[in-house]
Design a protein around this ligand. Sequence first.
Ligand SMILES: [Zn+2]
Length: 203
Amino acid sequence: MKCPVCDSESLEIIKTKGKNTKEVLLKCNECGNTFKETINIPKMVDRRIIISKFEESEKKQVKLYPDEILEVGEVLEVDGEEVEITSLENIRGGRVSKSTVLELETIWVSSRAGPARVGISIDYGGRIFSKKVEVERDFLFTVGDVMKMGRAVFRIKSMKTVTHKIRKGSAQAEETKRVYGRPAESKDKYQYDLTSKVIEREV
Ligand SMILES: [Zn+2]
């Protein structure tokens, strides 16, 4: 909306009338002109949303405006919980990375609540020792870091993130799927102890 006199978009709503179609009286903050506009307020629609958290998933309904555009990677709030869009399924059954709500059938998201779950695999010359840990979402794993997990002390060699494999640098836990390590040398001191973060046994 623009002021018809000066084209300014800085407007103040003075009065509104009506339900789905609103007649509003606006005042321009630039030139002081007042004018009437009719706005169509679209009805919200229900869409199926599937929230995944670790290995579980929960089905819910979410109310959204039909002309709203959703995109993979975007963060939404569902019942007070932050979720990130991982996939969008449209009414033709196709998976798309971007769509209007109107065209959508199902919204696939992952929960951003609580800690991040990351796999740790330590390679003892071909014998792999694996566990899962739960750490703060912003916990930083860095290639070269030495960590302790139970009796194992290991050095991070590489990491698999949501998008790719990295052999140098760092990644936040929420972006990290798995951390690969090799046993540290006996002279190495560990910087962090993951022992209390281990959540389950894994072969
Ligand atoms: Zn104006």
